[in-house]
Ligand binder design. Structure first.
Ligand code: 5GP
Length: 224
């Protein structure tokens, strides 16, 4: 069975897209997913938004100027890009495509506009939408985060309303009522997608591996 297993390991990497209104619990879920599936890589986006306290450049985002962003965009360096809450965000193309070619699964944390563009460019990508359990809970989580001013929270709630309308375009939806339950559901999606027959790059029927001794035995018994 070893050879059959090797054939299935030769699949392309999968692009997993995660979108959620901010405050839905996406960051925690993504962290758990990456620790469960060690082969999966998180795509680090470029953004023109200012760095928040605790964020690390190169880990959370590549924080760039508008000018740098425009230059990368002009040379086709983004697989997709979008304006979100007044700042620009883009997925670097090279690490994404390299990862997929090498059989690495890549996780993208992007908004609904980006997800739409990415699905068009890479139809085999898998998109997951994460929903908060209720509007009230979403508002509460945004307020508790304390990273945004009141105006910004209102802006984010309004943005969430528009994003949730786009949910039906996604392949999967998870309601984040309880983080462990949501994490298990996301893990199940990843495992199922990895087992799709259509992900196998090429399949040559392997030899059955009949041993020489077996062959000799067959020849002898056929001659009798
Ligand atoms: P935040 O500024 O709170 O980290 O992210 C704001 C929104 O931008 C989130 O919905 C996040 O998913 C989205 N986002 C982050 N990186 C990208 C990206 O590269 N492309 C797009 N389209 N959206 C992104």
């Amino acid at each position: 069975m070893k050879r059959l297993g090797e054939v299935f390991n030769k699949r392309e990497g999968i692009i997993f897209i995660m979108s959620a209104p901010s405050g839905a619990g996406k960051t925690t879920l993504i962290r758990q997913l990456l620790s469960t599936f060690s082969g999966m890589r998180l795509s680090v986006s470029c953004t023109t938004r200012p760095r928040r306290a605790g964020e690390v450049s190169g880990r959370d985002y590549h924080f760039v100027t508008k000018r740098t962003f425009a230059a990368i965009r002009a040379r086709g360096g983004f697989a997709e890009w979008a304006k979100v809450h007044g700042s620009l965000y883009g997925t670097p193309r090279a690490p994404l495509e390299d990862g997929v070619r090498r059989g690495r699964d890549v996780l993208l944390d992007i908004d609904v506009q980006g997800a739409k563009k990415l699905k068009k460019a890479y139809p085999q990508a898998v998109s997951v939408f994460l929903l908060p359990p209720s509007w009230r809970e979403l508002g509460r989580r945004l307020a508790r985060r304390g990273t945004d001013r009141k105006e910004s929270i209102r802006q984010r709630l309004e943005h969430a309303r528009r994003e949730i309308r786009e949910m039906m375009r996604y392949d999967y939806v998870i309601v984040n009522r309880e983080i462990q339950e949501a994490s298990r559901s996301l893990g199940a999606i990843v495992v199922a997608e990895r087992h799709r027959i259509s992900r196998v790059r090429r399949y040559r029927a392997p030899s059955l591996g009949i041993s020489r001794a077996q062959k000799r035995h067959e020849q002898r018994t056929q001659g009798q």
